[in-house]
Design a binder for this molecule. Structure first.
Ligand SMILES: [Fe+2]
Length: 173
């Protein structure tokens, strides 16, 4: 049986994941304009991951016969003052997304929707990895402060990040 509240919350999460991709695309553009190729690569991969997350919710809704309702995607911040500001905003955004996934889990538990609970489990694990990863970069950027050599070292490291398509159990992206 369909639960209207659950379907609506899943649709809202689909929109939030699309917004995440949009937000990180703005961050990608910022780094690209500063010729920081490793940071640009990091956000290119991040955008692809967020698209996968969005498609995960899209496909899950289709799978359970829930109506997909696409809504307007909010305009993201387009101007940033420093790499540190970007990563602080990205981390804050991921913390917001984590809370949002937790709220979805609360609804699933409340209505005893065990199938959705299992689906959401993957995202909960993913969120803790995202936060850990971004938190680490925030700390490093704080450490190097205005040091150009340090910035290029981080840039070089972030150039290694590779995109691997998300494998969400039971979902074909
Ligand atoms: Fe996401």
């Amino acid at each position: 049986m369909q639960n209207a509240k659950m379907i609506q919350a899943l649709n809202e999460q689909l929109n939030k994941e699309l917004f995440s991709a949009y937000f990180y695309l703005a961050m990608q553009a910022y780094f690209s304009s500063h010729n920081l190729d490793g940071f640009t690569n990091y956000f290119r991969v991040q955008v692809q991951e967020e698209r996968d997350h969005a498609l995960g919710f899209f496909n899950y809704l289709n799978k359970i016969g829930g109506k997909v309702t696409l809504t307007e995607i909010q305009e993201p911040q387009n101007d940033f003052s420093s790499p540190l500001e970007v990563f602080e905003l990205a981390l804050k955004h991921e913390q917001f997304i984590t809370q949002s996934i937790y709220s979805l889990m609360d609804i699933a538990r409340e209505i005893k929707d065990h199938t959705t609970e299992i689906f959401l489990q993957w995202f909960i694990t993913e969120q803790s990895e995202e936060e850990e990863n971004m938190g680490r970069i925030v700390n490093r950027l704080k450490l190097i402060k205005e040091d150009g050599a340090g910035l290029f070292m981080i840039d070089n490291e972030l150039s290694q990040r590779l995109y691997t398509p998300a494998v969400i159990p039971g979902i074909t992206l």
